[in-house]
Design a protein around this ligand. Structure first.
Ligand code: NAD
Length: 257
């Protein structure tokens, strides 16, 4: 299948590091004009290392309406349109309901859910004017099967899924698709999976049908497809890219464990 994304204008939030950084680099490699948004950037080379092409960087707090407005205006001034918005920026807030502080709960909702709302609200009119577009929202397997201690995070990601479904219908008349995706377990600074003791890593891996850590490229592969014309009839759904995290209860049995 040939997925031609040449010259599409792609905005990726939370793209200074982690999965978002790889997503941005991947769209760049597909020939897109890519703008990375994040709270801060600590590198002049946001291309995942090769240094041959540059992802544009715009400082933006997706939880701040004025910051979002300014960032979207900047992108439109520079590029005239926005074809693809990836709402990747997110934070993980852990704590049992008994222990969670209100400000931590609020920040989790403000970034994960509020940021997705603010960015989508600012970008949708640009896409409506063009009569096409793709909005792709980071949810999580936690939206479906949460862990103990993840009330704030899981609730925010469940809400992203519901938001996605509503927005998909509201933007359907303009041929704009809106989808969410559920990564499984990608070792990043957010979770520290890769630096956990071996036994803790094994316990987590044992919950995956494929029994390997997910890579940021596993996510980027899906997003390139969703952004392409080939995915034009997929909207309002949660795309599971979790390596089977949501498939069965004890997949480790199939691995002899
Ligand atoms: P990460 O912490 O490595 O990167 C998140 C990025 O978002 C950072 O660069 C951070 O600065 C940025 N960010 C945070 N708050 C922001 C704000 N207010 N405005 C702009 N940028 C902001 O995380 P990651 O593991 O790469 O996760 C990326 C997305 O994928 C998140 O939405 C996360 O919930 C989701 N996800 C990750 C996993 C995983 O296993 N890593 C699993 C499921 C879902």
């Amino acid at each position: 299948m040939h997925l031609d994304l040449t010259d599409r204008v792609v905005v990726v939030t939370g793209a200074a590091r982690g999965i978002g950084r790889t997503i941005a680099a991947r769209f760049l490699a597909e020939g897109c004009r890519v703008v990375a948004l994040d709270l801060a950037f600590d590198t002049a080379d946001p291309t995942a290392g090769d240094g041959s092409a540059i992802v544009e960087q715009v400082v933006c707090d997706v939880a701040d309406p004025a910051s979002v407005r300014a960032a979207v205006d900047t992108v439109v001034e520079r590029h005239g349109t926005i074809d693809v918005l990836v709402n990747n920026a997110g934070i993980n807030v852990e704590g049992t309901v008994a222990d969670l502080r209100w400000d931590a709960w609020r920040r989790c909702m403000d970034v994960n859910l509020g940021g997705t709302f603010l960015m989508s609200q600012a970008v949708a009119p640009v896409m409506q004017a063009a009569g096409r577009g793709r909005i792709i929202n980071a949810a999580s397997f936690a939206a479906i099967v949460p862990s103990v201690g993840s009330a704030a995070y899981a609730a925010s990601k469940s809400a992203v899924v519901a938001f996605t479904r509503v927005l998909a219908s509201e933007l359907g008349p303009w041929d704009i698709t809106v989808n969410a995706y559920a990564p499984g377990m990608v070792p990043t600074a957010m979770n520290g999976f890769a630096t956990m003791p071996t036994e803790a890593q094994d316990r987590l891996l044992d919950t995956l049908s494929l029994r390997r850590w997910e890579t940021p490229d596993d996510v980027a592969d899906l997003l390139v497809f969703v952004a392409s014309d080939a995915a034009g009839y997929i909207t309002g759904t949660l795309l599971d890219v979790s390596g089977g995290k949501l498939a069965t209860q004890i997949p480790a049995r199939a691995h002899g464990r």
